[in-house]
Design a protein around this ligand. Sequence first.
Ligand SMILES: CC(C)(COP(=O)(O)OP(=O)(O)OC[C@H]1O[C@@H](n2cnc3c(N)ncnc32)[C@H](O)[C@@H]1OP(=O)(O)O)[C@@H](O)C(=O)NCCC(=O)NCCS
Length: 259
Amino acid sequence: MTPIFDFTSVPVLETERLRLRPLSHNDADGVMAIFGSPEVLRYLNLPPTDTREKAIGLIDWLAGNFQRQEGIDWGITLRGENDLIGLCGAYAWERGDCHVDLGYHILPGRWGQGYATEAARAVIGWCFDNLDVHRIQADCTDGNQGSEAVLLKCGFRVEGIARESCWEHGRFVDIKHFGLLRREFEQPANIGTVHFSSDTRWVAAGASRAMLPTATRERRVPNQQDQSDFSAAVAHDHLAPDPSTGLHPYREQQRLSRR
Ligand SMILES: CC(C)(COP(=O)(O)OP(=O)(O)OC[C@H]1O[C@@H](n2cnc3c(N)ncnc32)[C@H](O)[C@@H]1OP(=O)(O)O)[C@@H](O)C(=O)NCCC(=O)NCCS
């Protein structure tokens, strides 16, 4: 059965040290501190967000992505605090091809403490559970070693380099493509512990998962039965072609629904 997220509100996710919560206009100063910083912009093709108006524009733009059901963004805070230390989100959700892109940005004074990795793992787990994605993708400028380290720690693999494919700070730069398949993330080492807080809304179900209750719940490391149920579900839904037609039923259903 396909997990479905209803896009009524951004759920709150909690990890060991972090709270991922919806963004609001009250975060304008925090957004400005992050996206106005030259260190953050070093590997991004973005103008600086150096006024409150621009920060509010960015928050509204992200909210528009959510309203159009194309992506979802969280503000990252330390647990028990409200000031932003970063943003993490999923973009460009492709329902037909079952993938979404991952992004994260951390306030420079907070770098190197594992926060991006912790937040990214929570978002990745949430996407696999709620958006029916089969893979998660991420691009980063070749040389952005911090970002590359985050992706590798989350289990991503390098899938290729698009040479001089992006114009960044007055020059063409190489972009490294990364990908993570659902079955790779389900390796216990990649899951970590994510707490889903009581204001989280879930409309999630899957062949290998019980319906997630609304109360705080610790993400389980799948046992052997889960793993085999999961493999069967994946094989049925995404991979195995129908022997009589040679078509992938799920893909075919997606293709027809696009007509
Ligand atoms: C990339 C970014 C999100 C990482 O945030 P972070 O909270 O510092 O990330 P983490 O602490 O979880 O992990 C960073 C890892 O990169 C490593 N790293 C950081 N800079 C590095 C460098 N110059 N060379 C090698 N490794 C580096 C750290 O040592 C750490 O690995 P470790 O845990 O094995 O020691 C942060 O640097 C940032 O916001 N950059 C600007 C925005 C950006 O580039 N976003 C990604 C767009 S693709």
